[in-house]
Write a protein that binds this ligand. Structure first.
Ligand code: TXA
Ligand code: MG
Length: 329
């Protein structure tokens, strides 16, 4: 990392592909290794809170409220958009005025960034538009041969990418905009501020990770809201991504699935479903099925973030979009 190379590192959310955020050559390597278009900005990870002013500005209006969020959620799976410092290159922010910052709570990540003592740019360590890796072997599948080193820190504790928010002052409480739902839930954030709905403006990249088709398996994926809507095509093989593997939900017996993966067997615990989500999707993608059928999950708590990823994984890929194509917001 000191020499400007890139290294895949574990974080509590997903594995990241890290490089020195202050070294444009390293940052360029990140984009190239994952075939990521230059208009998709990178998250900057800080070694500690004191280094925040090196990377981002804290506007006066949120000076008093920001520490509440940092005290509560850092280190951890929360990324915050703040105006960038000039030292952060336009490469990292894709020319945008804001930089996305977070501090990972993963022991291995903290040790590496702590010894380096510099901010690290680190997007998820997958090829652009594909499933995020939650284990070292998943990084190997995605980027093996492209990058010189993967540090194996075991499976990721959260299993979904960090929550990304913007913070603005409000009349009574700060106003939080959730730009990407994640492990820090709306319910968690509501305790500190008012939550504002996201506006999705065509052509804007304010809403991060918002490529319509994203987190996509190679096989087509159908999110089936109602099992009654299923009409199997003859000669097509199907795999099932099941929420809790309960026959009463009506999915298990729809057809002769070549493979079934259950996110949280029995009681359907959302944290367990989140941890297993990308792993299960990857497994089904490697099965002999022609298509993956996914059961919906309840849209509350962590279920919101899982459903966000599922909806994107199911979104039709328009021409040139997805793995290597255009980023549409
Ligand atoms: O949990 C995570 O956040 C992981 C770990 C490795 O830290 N990282 C991650 O990075 O998910 P990535 O690049 O896969 O997703 C970050 C999203 C991207 O969709 C990007 O468009 C958005 O955040 N983003 C980053 N910087 C931004 C900025 N300055 N303005 C708007 N969106 C930004
Ligand atoms: Mg990503």
């Amino acid at each position: 990392l000191q020499r400007g190379s890139v290294v895949a590192l574990p974080t509590e959310t997903v594995y990241g592909l890290a490089g020195d955020a202050m070294n444009d050559e390293a940052v360029t390597r990140i984009f190239e290794s994952k075939s990521r278009p230059r208009f998709d900005p990178l998250i900057v990870h800080l070694p500690h809170r004191d280094s925040l002013p090196d990377v981002a500005q804290v506007p006066e209006e949120i000076e008093s409220i920001l520490p509440k969020f940092l005290d509560r959620f850092w280190p951890g799976p929360l990324t915050i958009l703040l105006p960038k410092q000039p030292a952060i290159s336009d490469l990292i922010t894709a020319g945008l005025p804001h930089v996305a910052v977070r501090i990972s709570g993963h022991a291995v990540f903290r040790k590496v960034i702590g010894q380096l003592g510099r901010p690290l740019a680190a997007p998820s360590a997958n090829r652009f538009g594909r499933i995020s890796p939650t284990s070292a072997s998943a990084v190997m599948e995605e980027l093996g041969g492209e990058i010189p080193l993967i540090l194996d820190g075991g499976a990721c504790r959260e299993g979904l990418e960090s929550t990304i928010i913007g913070i603005a002052p409000g009349p009574k409480k700060p106003v939080v905009t959730i730009l990407r739902p994640g492990p820090v839930t709306r319910e968690d954030l509501k305790q500190l501020g008012k939550i504002q709905a996201v506006r999705r403006e065509a052509g804007s990249i304010e809403a991060p990770g918002q490529t319509d088709s994203h987190y996509a398996p190679i096989k087509p994926l159908k999110l089936l809201a109602d099992p009654a809507d299923f009409t199997p095509e003859p000669d097509k093989r199907y795999a099932l991504l099941s929420y809790r593997g309960d026959p009463a939900d009506g999915y298990l017996s729809l057809t002769d699935f070549v493979e079934t993966s259950v996110l949280s067997p029995g009681s359907g615990k959302l944290p367990e479903a989140a941890v297993r989500f990308f792993y299960s999707l990857r497994q089904l993608d490697q099965s002999s099925a022609d298509e993956i059928i996914a059961e919906p999950l309840p849209k509350r708590g962590l279920g919101v973030a899982i459903m966000d990823r599922l909806e994107r994984a199911a979104a039709p890929k328009t021409k040139g979009e997805g793995r290597d194509g255009a980023h549409q917001v």
